[in-house]
Each structure stands twice: as structure tokens, then as C-alpha cells.
Design a protein around this ligand. Structure first.
Ligand SMILES: NC(=O)c1ccc[n+]([C@@H]2O[C@H](COP(=O)([O-])OP(=O)(O)OC[C@H]3O[C@@H](n4cnc5c(N)ncnc54)[C@H](OP(=O)(O)O)[C@@H]3O)[C@@H](O)[C@H]2O)c1
Length: 257
């Protein structure tokens, strides 16, 4: 059984832990400086260790702190780890080269997951100069994982897949705001949202072409066309794409170089 130690157990680590917890091939350990998160680990019956302990107990350390906390943490870790510890960083923008400089004797991986991992529906890119197979296997259990050959693709993944859910949630949030104008108080907005999204998912699961799906709803001079025309006039598609670029560029800025 492989021991996976999560260092920093906030939002991302919790999603990864929830997705992995049922897998008997892995034993989960945790470390965090924030008592809210160590309490959460305790509620999941996950052993909480000091940094020193987890670095010695774990086979694989998954480092899940914010990019601006990475440098201090890596400094501390570099003084206590053995060369056998495999290190996986999920931090946006922290380059493999920086990690290799910090941990010259260890196998080091960058993984860029997203919160879908919580329900084993995550999408993860993995980048490294080492054999990725063991790490890809872990993230495949959490959804779908693939290797990327160019580190710049990690930044695009950070934006499209890591930040992407927030862009969609923003749209869903407004959808629910408008639903409250429509629904009687005893009908759950969330239930309606779920039905709505499930029907969209069914359509794309059937492999239907997105352009054709749009055309199938849009009739000339109709309501959909009116709404879509406003989206096009306001350059919604460009705004969405620019948001992806903005998040990708921010990932570049966050490098600890
Ligand atoms: N959230 C996402 O959807 C997502 C997606 C892809 C990648 N990521 C990456 O995942 C990483 C973590 O993001 P997050 O949203 O999970 O952050 P978070 O919720 O703030 O969790 C980070 C946790 O690590 C703790 N921590 C920081 N430095 C520490 C140290 N030196 N020793 C022990 N614990 C420490 C923090 O404690 P304090 O609360 O005291 O600071 C916090 O509890 C980031 O690098 C981010 O780029 C996140």
C-alpha cells in the first residue's frame, strides 16, 4: 500500500483526498498548519502528522499549498526529506525547474488537477522529466489524467481546467439568480439547475456537434437568436476566451522564479 501524504489540506487537497479515500491501494496522511483543516482530516479518520513526520512516513508527498507559500515550505522540506520521497506539486505557476532546484535528489512531478477529483471526475495534466506512470495512475483514479510534453500546457490546463469550473459556476450562479424570478418557492432551484445541466450533458455525451446543437435551438427571428445576438454583439465568446488567457498568464506570473 502506497502512503500518500498531503501537505496543505485546503480546497484542492480535500477534493483529492475525498476522491482517493475509498481506494485501498493508498493510505492517506495529512499535514496542515491550519486547525480547521487538521480538524477536517480528523473527521475523515486521516492521521495528522507534523511536516517532519509526514516527509518520513509518506512515499509520495502531494504538496497542495498556495503558490506564494511554496517557497518557504519547500525550503523546510528540502532540509528534512530523504531522496526516496516522490514529490508532486499541484501549485499553479511553480515550475518544474524551480522544484528540481529545491529537490535536486528527488523525483519531482507537477500535476494540475481540478476540483472534479472530489467525485472522481477530475481532469489532471502531469508534467515531469521522470517516468510519470505511477502519478498518472493516481490521478486516473480521480478521473482522467494525461501527460503533457510542454510545461506551458500546464499553464493552459491551470486556466482551462483548474480555473474553468469557476467560469462555468459564474454562469450557473446567474442562471439560478434568474430562476428565482420563475420558480414557486417550494421548487428547488438546484434541482432545476441539475435537470437543465444533465440534459446538456446528455446531448454532448451523444457526441452531437455543438454548432448543430445551437442551430437546433435557434430559429430565424426567434428568442434564442435574439439572446445569442446579444452575446455575439457583446463579444461573449471573446470575453470567455480572454478570461482563459488571463488565467493562463496569471499562472505564468505566479512562478516562484
Ligand atoms: N483550488 C483549486 O481548484 C485548484 C486547482 C488546481 C490547482 N490548485 C493549486 O492547489 C494549491 C492549493 O490551493 P487551495 O485552493 O487548496 O489552497 P487553500 O485552500 O488555501 O489550502 C492550502 C492549505 O495549506 C496550508 N499551508 C500553507 N502553507 C503551509 C505550510 N508551510 N505548512 C503547512 N500548511 C500550509 C494553508 O494554511 P493557511 O490557511 O494557514 O494559509 C491552507 O490550509 C495551490 O497552489 C493552487 O494553485 C488549486
Amino acid at each position: 500500500m502506497e502512503k500518500i501524504g498531503f501537505i496543505g489540506c485546503g480546497h484542492m487537497a480535500k477534493a483529492l483526498i475525498e476522491g482517493l479515500i475509498e481506494n485501498n491501494n493508498y493510505k492517506i496522511l495529512g499535514h496542515d498548519r491550519n486547525p480547521n483543516n487538521t480538524n477536517w482530516l480528523a473527521t475523515k479518520s486521516i492521521p495528522v502528522f507534523s511536516l517532519d513526520e509526514i516527509c518520513h512516513e509518506a512515499d509520495i508527498a502531494v504538496v497542495c499549498v498556495k503558490p506564494n507559500d511554496m517557497y518557504d515550505l519547500c525550503q523546510k522540506m528540502s532540509k528534512i526529506i530523504s531522496k526516496d520521497l516522490i514529490i508532486v506539486s499541484v501549485a499553479a505557476g511553480v515550475t518544474l525547474q524551480s522544484l528540481n532546484t529545491m529537490f535536486p535528489n528527488n523525483k519531482v512531478f507537477r500535476a494540475m488537477p481540478n476540483i472534479g477529483a472530489k467525485n472522481n471526475l477530475g481532469i489532471t495534466s502531469v508534467y515531469s522529466n521522470d517516468d510519470n506512470s505511477k502519478i498518472v495512475e493516481i490521478f486516473n483514479y480521480l478521473g482522467k489524467a494525461f501527460e503533457v510534453q510542454d510545461e506551458n500546457q500546464i499553464n493552459l490546463h491551470t486556466s482551462l481546467i483548474g480555473s474553468g469550473p469557476a467560469f462555468f459556476f459564474e454562469i450557473i450562479n446567474e442562471f439560478e439568480n434568474r430562476l428565482s424570478e420563475l420558480l414557486p418557492p417550494d421548487v428547488s432551484k438546484r434541482d432545476i439547475t441539475l435537470l437543465f445541466l444533465t440534459s446538456l450533458i446528455s446531448s454532448i455525451k451523444d457526441g452531437q456537434n455543438i454548432e448543430e446543437l445551437i442551430q437546433s435551438i435557434k430559429s430565424k427571428g426567434g428568442t434564442t437568436e435574439a439572446g445569442l445576438n446579444l452575446l455575439y454583439d457583446k463579444e461573449f465568446v471573446k470575453i470567455f476566451s480572454d478570461s482563459i488567457d488571463a488565467a493562463r498568464d496569471r499562472a505564468l506570473d505566479l512562478s516562484m522564479d
